[in-house]
Design a protein around this ligand. Structure first.
Ligand code: UDP
Length: 422
């Protein structure tokens, strides 16, 4: 299919706005994924509209990202921040607004790619009203999440049912790693089509600056040993494990360690509370003089932080994919990550970094120390890490795979509920 004949497609991300700043509590990997995939698909000729919920009256209704790619913010509920667990009740209105927009614009979408279970519901309802193909990416699986939390929220049953239905009825569910596919099969349903297409990263932006120059820009001395975390402040991200690991590092006595914990937070919100808790642990372990919290790290600075780090740590309790790991790897920085989920796919132990059992601060300390104490080996790991990302995880490569998937699906007859159950 040549680019002029490519069709209109919709990407839905009800709660993860692809046009906002990344790194705040509710903005993370999903926002990045939807935006990057949308832009890369547009470059391949698709007409891409990204739909999200408008979360403030100040936000523009439409944001143009470039030719053929824009974010459209729909009003569903009040134009204010609504926590993720309360958004489902506004999804009916979101769908109604989406259908109205389609009608007003005179656009006919042939395929919808939904993201997270809230959007899955919107996509499935849309399919009941119109002939449209659905592709879905979970980003997080309720069945995995609820197995590791103390209090199961009231919405859990609704979410689990929607996650099962979308696997069984959509044309294809995209798993971002073989580990995620395995979880879908064992925990969600044995039925439904699954294709593995990983998440990607910008291989031009990350890796564009060497360590010496990056450190000069950030005012970090060449002899310091920099341990870096970036991501949301959420208990499940395991920042406590990282802090306790660095606290027990054998190298602490040498006085060269520097721990940087990047990511945004809002005072009083749950991410602000987690940040206060982490700062408390840092103080309690006597680490305040070599630990810093630079806050949200924007697009310009992020490649510089990754470039300046000796090791990037991803200590999540669970991670379906984990963009931070491949961003660090693209920057030539070895990764120490939890031995869980998608991190088992992206990080190759002893080749691009090391894996340690989640929540095991002694194991994380040993892994971090091994990398910091062996600079030649660490450089080699960084080199292979970059190679792996170039080969497997560039956004362009990912978008090519998605584009092929969409093209194939559009040639096939639609999968109706009746054909699924037959
Ligand atoms: N991020 C960022 N600045 C920050 C914190 C996070 O740009 O201060 C980005 C980070 O680079 C990554 C995304 O947010 O692209 C987090 O994605 P990941 O898959 O690692 O975790 P999630 O937030 O989806 O759980």
């Amino acid at each position: 299919m040549d680019s002029s004949s490519k069709q209109h497609i919709a990407l839905i991300s009800v709660h993860g706005d692809p046009a906002v700043e990344i790194g705040k509590e509710e903005a993370g990997g999903q926002n990045v994924y939807v935006r990057q995939v949308g832009e890369a698909l547009a470059q391949q000729g698709w007409h891409v509209d990204l739909f999200t919920r408008k979360a403030s009256p100040e936000q523009a209704r439409i944001v143009e990202h470039g030719p053929r790619c824009r974010t459209i913010r729909l009003t569903a509920g009040s134009e204010a921040f609504v926590p993720r667990q309360e958004i489902f009740e506004h999804c009916h209105e979101f769908l109604a607004q989406l259908l109205r927009f389609q009608e007003q614009e005179g656009v006919e979408y042939s395929l919808v790619h939904t993201n997270y279970w809230l959007s899955a519901w919107v996509g499935m309802e849309w399919k009941k009203r119109q002939s449209i193909k659905q592709v879905h990416t979970y980003h997080s699986l309720g069945a995995v999440k609820y197995s590791s939390v103390e209090a199961i929220p009231a919405i859990a049953n609704t979410r689990l049912e929607i996650e099962k239905n979308v696997l069984e009825t959509s044309e294809t569910v995209v798993a971002t790693s073989p580990q995620e596919k395995e979880h879908m099969r064992s925990l969600v349903s044995p039925e439904g089509n699954i294709e593995i297409i990983p998440c990607g990263t910008d291989i031009h932006r990350f890796g564009s600056i060497g360590r010496a120059e990056a450190r000069k820009k950030l005012g970090i001395n060449p002899e310091e040993q920099v341990v870096f975390y970036v991501g949301r402040f959420d208990k499940r991200k395991g920042i406590e494990t990282l802090v306790r690991a660095v606290g027990r590092s054998q190298l602490r006595g040498e006085g060269k360690l520097r721990l940087i914990i990047g990511g945004g937070s809002r005072p009083g919100e749950s991410d602000g509370i987690e940040r206060d808790r982490i700062e408390g642990i840092v103080a309690e372990l006597g680490m305040s003089d070599f630990t810093c919290f630079p806050g949200r790290i924007g697009d310009e600075l992020l490649p510089i932080y990754y470039g300046a780090a000796d090791v990037c740590v991803v200590p999540s309790h669970y991670e379906p994919f984990g963009l931070v790991a491949i961003e660090a790897m693209a920057s030539g920085t070895p990764v120490v990550a939890s031995d869980v989920g998608g991190l088992q796919f992206t990080v190759v132990p002893e080749q691009t970094g090391l894996l340690a059992p989640a929540k095991d601060d002694a194991a994380f300390a040993a892994a971090i120390d091994r990398i910091l104490a062996n600079p030649d080996w660490s450089n080699q790991l960084g080199f292979w890490a970059r190679e792996r990302v170039e080969k497997m995880f560039s956004w362009d490569g990912v978008a090519c795979q998605l584009s092929e998937l969409y093209t194939d699906l559009l040639k096939q007859p639609a999968k109706t509920l009746a054909s699924v159950k037959a």
